[in-house]
Ligand binder design. Structure first.
Ligand code: RB5
Length: 174
């Protein structure tokens, strides 16, 4: 599998170890850095892996920062990315089965190496379930440009006038 990886200065050691592990397993790794402790800005590293995945250059992406959170938030700004910040195996499995996550974000500061190895393994081996989950995953990308423009205008005006109410929500098929 072609896998893109990146980290900020708080995650590069784990990112390097994961990259080596993946190469040893026969994967092709696209490593977008960073490679030392010089402070860098995590959004840029989330974006670049997101773009690699969304464009099809990589099938999956793995990003690492101190907490996993900032770099996950950044990656999820890229259209087509579904990046889950994961800490334990079941949530990683569910991120694949229910959310068809194409990226995971990991924490160097909060998660130990053995757990990280398990999370990467589950992420790469678990298939997406499809079915009713596919319908929901599809909705994640149905926020159109027109809707975005309306929302931005409403936010500027201090009120999202066309915000949905609970009654507006369409019942999902069983
Ligand atoms: C860097 O100190 C830290 O803020 C970053 O790695 C990450 O945890 C942000 O969410």
């Amino acid at each position: 599998m072609d896998i893109a990886v990146a980290a900020d200065h708080a995650g590069f050691e784990v990112k390097n170890r994961i990259a080596q592990m993946l190469r040893d397993q026969g994967h092709t790794v696209l490593d977008y850095g960073t490679c030392d402790e010089t402070p860098v800005d995590y959004p840029q590293y989330g974006y670049v892996v997101g773009e690699a995945v969304a464009s099809g250059q990589a099938e999956r992406g793995i990003v690492v920062c101190g907490s996993s959170l900032g770099i996950a938030i950044a990656a999820n700004k890229v259209p087509g990315v579904r990046c889950a910040a994961v800490f334990e195996p079941l949530m990683t499995e569910l991120a694949r089965q229910h959310n068809d996550a194409n990226m995971i974000a990991l924490s160097e500061r909060l998660t130990g190496w053995e757990m990280l190895v398990r999370l990467v393994d589950v992420f790469l081996k678990t298939p997406a379930e499809g079915g009713r989950h596919a319908y929901r995953v599809q909705q994640l990308f149905e926020y159109t440009d027109a809707q975005r423009a309306r929302t931005l205008k409403a936010i500027e005006a201090g009120q999202v006038t066309d915000a949905k109410t609970p009654d507006d929500l369409v019942k999902a098929p069983v």
